[in-house]
Ligand binder design. Structure first.
Ligand SMILES: NC(=O)c1ccc[n+]([C@@H]2O[C@H](COP(=O)([O-])OP(=O)(O)OC[C@H]3O[C@@H](n4cnc5c(N)ncnc54)[C@H](OP(=O)(O)O)[C@@H]3O)[C@@H](O)[C@H]2O)c1
Length: 256
């Protein structure tokens, strides 16, 4: 039996929401593991800057514009990936947005925006990618970035909590159906890490108090997501599907 290998040499890894935060951090790290990285989001300029940086560091990267809420845009982006790199091996469904209104004040537009990005968007990308993986006979891996708020709840985040809980359940449902095609589907549930999605909240008193309720009493460092990410992306997790991994300093098991 060979040693466990977390390398991604030659694998085509698509990461959505790569124009900032987690995605922008994950992309160069995945390239250093040997992956051909495809960075996708709506804003093209930060993607092009990321592509240039990864390539100048000796990695392989392709920037593609993609709106995960728009099936035509998802298809077009995956066509572009196939033309340049071939079919994707790994998809990281990372695009996501938050909400911040009390339940009484959530508008129909806000509800739809959050659900269509965080839940429907992940489904759109997973379905289109899985179809292509199957057509090309690929043993793929789909990784959904859910949240501790898909397992627990917090105030003023009704749509976000519902979308992430949906994503946790979607992960399991897709894992069940796709196992026979050798396509694995798993999720990571991060706790709180400082990025644009929560920067304003973290500066408030409520944000500072929240950190004190995390059993490890701190925010996560983005580098602490890489171990689980490389595990799920690589063949090291070849017998894992439908798994939901918390990376949250114990937040999901904090005392009630
Ligand atoms: N930071 C945390 O503490 C934390 C904790 C748990 C879970 N998460 C999850 O981790 C993921 C990444 O969040 P982050 O913290 O890195 O936030 P972020 O910095 O705000 O990044 C969100 C990314 O999603 C992209 N995006 C939004 N709508 C999109 C759409 N319709 N189509 C394509 N891309 C879209 C944005 O790019 P464009 O605007 O350019 O499209 C951006 O690159 C999210 O799913 C979030 O819910 C974060």
């Amino acid at each position: 039996m060979s040693d466990i290998n977390f390398r991604l040499d030659g694998k085509v890894v698509l990461i959505t929401g790569a124009s900032s935060g987690f995605g922008q951090f994950f992309a160069p790290a995945l390239a250093r593991q040997g992956a051909k990285v495809v960075v996708a989001a709506r804003r093209r300029n930060p993607l092009l800057a990321l592509e240039e940086k990864i390539e100048s560091d000796g990695g392989k990267c392709l920037a593609v514009a993609m709106d995960v809420t728009d099936r035509a845009s998802v298809k077009e982006a995956l066509d572009q990936v196939e033309a340049s790199y071939g079919c994707v091996d790994v998809v990281i469904n990372n695009a996501g947005i938050g909400d911040s209104n009390a339940m009484f004040d959530v508008t129909a537009e806000e509800w739809d925006r959050v659900m269509s990005t965080n839940l429907t968007g992940a489904f759109n990308v997973a379905q289109e990618s899985a179809r292509r993986m199957n057509q090309h006979g690929k043993h793929g891996s789909i990784i959904n970035i859910a949240s501790v708020l898909g397992l627990r709840v917090a105030s003023h985040l009704t749509a976000y909590c519902a979308s992430k809980a949906g994503l946790v359940q979607l992960t399991k449902a897709m894992a069940l159906e796709l196992a026979r095609y050798q396509i694995r589907v798993n999720a990571i549930c991060p706790g709180y890490f400082l990025t644009d999605i929560n920067r304003d909240f973290m500066e408030t008193d409520a944000g500072k108090k929240m950190i004190q309720r995390v059993p490890q009493r701190r925010l996560g460092d983005l580098s602490e997501l890489l171990g689980p990410l490389f595990l799920l992306a690589s063949d090291a997790s070849s017998f894992m599907t439908g798994s939901i991994l918390s990376v949250d300093g114990g937040h999901a098991v904090s005392t009630l």
